[in-house]
Design a protein around this ligand. Structure first.
Ligand code: PMP
Length: 403
């Protein structure tokens, strides 16, 4: 049976070259970068500095503007909470899109409880934020605008350069979560006018558990972890040296190879998109048709439950993701609540007929043959689910009665 991994948006496999770069920092060079008085500490510090330069170079930043974290979740928390807390009196209002990742949306919850106000921006049917809505939402007390670079679930790339320009005009900090996009599409922090940018290594063939926040020179961010003075006081705690080395290696490889990956993934994405569109009825693609992540194809099928589609796909060896309609992991909701994915709700997918979307996200190692295999498997699974769906059977009955 095929084992086809089409879930690169949740994580990517570690590039063997990255693993090779990391290995010596588990065994041979085990020093603590803060103990740079001796050779072991020096070696670790040098490696962390080299990684910092490589990550900076991937996004057009200066090395001293990179703060290593435990991943994108921590970087988003540091960006959102840290920026408004450092903003003093000005920082009582935040503007964010309603399709942000939970690590942005939920980072704002404790702030709300402390009297901060949040304006959530609507998106259009393709999941795009209108930059003019950002302009309208900014108030004199706005401290931060946070709009993601690309959406994991529906693949849409947001107009971050325009949003960055507006935020700058109004003297407001601009944060973008580039977890899904960094290493895959062009991202230059100066071009998009960002003050804070979130990255995660495991989304571009690096290791899990390490990420970074770009903090533009001169921007104040209040540390969210109290302790020592690592990462120039932005983030206390002994650095994850092998992880950071891995992130640096992955960033270097992505800088060199990103364009070739994207060209390959665009070809695969088009093949999958065309094939699915031709073979499956009652299918609705989600996200922007062109401004989207390469190799990312997302859709929902009427009368076919997303989770069931995923389970059947997995039985056939195909691994994908679902923007589930039955997500109960939204904080503030009861465990039993059936809550539509906020992203699907935001783009106006009708909750009565949409029972979850599917996200196929391909990676540099996927092939056209794998796309063909998925195209061969998917229609049969959808047909089987329809045959088990009372609402589909009702629909068929009505169709027959209606002639
Ligand atoms: N932001 C986005 C857009 C994500 O998709 C994710 C999940 N990969 C995160 C943040 C959180 O990332 P991490 O798992 O590195 O904490």
């Amino acid at each position: 049976m095929a084992r086809i991994f089409f879930d690169h948006i949740s994580t990517t496999p570690l590039d063997p070259r990255v693993f090779a770069a990391m290995k010596p920092y588990f065994t041979e060079f085990y020093g603590n970068p803060s103990s740079h008085i001796h050779d072991q500490g020096q070696a670790a510090l040098k490696a962390v500095d080299a990684a910092r330069a490589a990550v900076a170079s991937l996004i057009g930043a200066q090395p001293q503007e990179i703060v290593f974290t435990s991943g994108a979740t921590e970087a988003n928390n540091l960006a959102v909470k840290g920026a408004v807390e450092a903003g003093g009196k000005k920082g009582k209002h935040i503007v964010a899109s309603e399709v942000e990742h939970f690590s942005v949306l939920n980072a704002m919850l404790p702030l709300r409880n402390r009297g901060y106000e949040v304006t959530l921006l609507r998106v259009d049917r393709d999941g795009k934020v209108d930059p003019q809505d950002v302009r309208k939402a900014i108030r004199p007390d706005t401290a931060l605008v946070s709009v993601m670079h690309a959406n994991s679930e529906i693949g849409t790339i947001e107009p971050v350069a325009e949003i960055g320009r507006i935020a700058k005009e109004r003297g407001v900090l601009f944060h973008t979560d580039a977890t899904a996009s960094a290493g895959h599409i062009p991202l230059d922090v100066r071009e998009i006018g960002a003050d804070l940018v979130t990255l995660s290594a495991h989304n571009f063939y690096g290791p899990k558990g390490v990420g970074a926040l770009f903090v533009r020179e001169g921007v104040s961010v209040a540390s969210q972890i109290d302790g020592g003075f690592q990462e120039r006081g932005f983030r206390a705690g002994t650095e994850n040296v092998p992880g950071i080395v891995g992130m640096g290696a992955a960033a270097g490889i992505a800088s060199d190879e990103r364009e070739a990956w994207a060209a390959h993934l665009r070809r695969l994405g088009k093949k999958l998109f065309d094939g699915i569109g031709e073979t499956i009825d009652h299918l609705h693609f989600t996200g922007h048709p062109t401004d989207r992540l390469p190799g990312h194809v997302s859709f929902w099928v009427e009368y076919a439950e997303g989770e069931s589609l995923l389970l059947f796909l997995n039985v056939h060896g195909v691994m994908a993701a679902s923007g589930s309609a039955c997500s109960s992991n939204l904080r503030g909701h009861d465990e039993e609540d059936l809550v539509a994915s906020p992203v699907l709700r935001a783009i106006g997918v009708p909750s009565d007929i949409c029972t979850g979307s599917i996200t196929f996200s391909m990676g540099k190692g996927n092939t056209a043959k794998e796309v063909d295999e998925v195209l061969g498997i998917l229609p049969g699974i959808v047909k089987r689910l329809w045959e088990m769906s009372p609402t589909y059977l009702d629909y068929q009955k009505q169709k027959v009665q209606g002639g």
